[in-house]
Design a protein around this ligand. Structure first.
Ligand code: ATP
Length: 241
């Protein structure tokens, strides 16, 4: 891997008096897919929000390509190529599928993701193109949310718990899209509670435990047991198991 897309240098992130992240360090290379795994409340969404400029970074730094993002407002980060699909698949209910996609292109950034490219990558959306979004299933809404984020031609796509509330078969379909996105050169960060799903799509992963990185590596290189320990915080138990 060559250039680095984003480097996070020992950030502490706070919500008022509550500290959610402690000295978090990570990097994502250009065109890599990196998964962030961790239990409920471990700080995964907070990490994405910090990258987007939606959480308070008390110390440390986030460097996007060569630019320190300190003080850069969220909307400027979007126009610089950082797009997030937030938890909860927010889409515009009064618009059709196609109109929702077009809204995603408002940044005017050039790149591989035109409406046609998105519809080709997600045949499901092609079939639903003229439909109003009211009657869409959870999986269809999630796919649309990803398609809309791609329309901004992000260099860095952040996906927050895309599997939440979806049936396993639908989760599988949504995850099948990630390698297609990566194949276009888009760098992807996937936040996920479902460890198997997260590990199946990534080049590297980081595990968060109570606001700290507890493990990092490549999925094939790290024994499953070590990942489970890092996820649940069992590594400090004397003698292991
Ligand atoms: P989940 O899977 O539940 O989304 P997560 O790993 O994404 O979990 P975060 O949502 O980042 O975790 O939350 C990390 C910690 O920060 C939790 O203890 C949570 O209660 C707290 N937290 C999150 N958002 C806020 C907020 N707006 N104000 C105060 N505390 C918050």
């Amino acid at each position: 891997m060559g250039d680095t897309m984003i480097t996070i240098n020992s950030i502490d992130v706070v919500y008022g008096d509550f500290q959610a992240l402690f000295g978090v360090e990570l990097h994502v290379d250009v065109a890599e897919t990196v998964s962030i795994i961790g239990a409920n409340g471990a700080g995964k969404s907070t990490l994405l929000r910090a990258i987007c400029g939606l959480a308070t970074v008390r110390s440390g730094s986030i460097v996007y390509r060569r630019d320190d993002l300190a003080g850069v407002p969220a909307h400027r980060r979007v126009s610089a190529g950082i797009s997030m699909v937030p938890e909860g698949r927010r889409i515009f209910p009064s618009l059709t599928v196609e109109e929702n996609l077009l809204v995603g292109a408002h940044t005017g950034r050039k790149g591989p993701w035109t409406k046609d490219a998105v519809l080709q990558t997600f045949p499901l959306l092609e079939r639903l193109r003229k439909r109003n979004t009211d009657g869409l299933s959870g999986g269809e809404r999630q796919t649309l949310a990803i398609g809309r984020a791609l329309m901004a031609n992000p260099d860095l796509l952040l996906l927050d718990e895309v599997s939440l509330g979806l049936a396993p078969v639908v989760v599988k379909q949504v995850y099948e899209a990630i390698p297609l996105v990566q194949a276009q050169g888009t760098t992807v960060v996937v936040v996920e509670q479902d460890v198997n799903q997260a590990l199946s799509v990534c080049n590297r992963f980081y595990c968060l435990l109570e606001g700290r990185i507890s493990l990092t590596g490549r999925p094939g290189d790290v024994p499953k047991e070590q990942i489970t320990d890092a996820y649940f915080g069992l590594s400090s138990v004397e003698g292991g198991h």
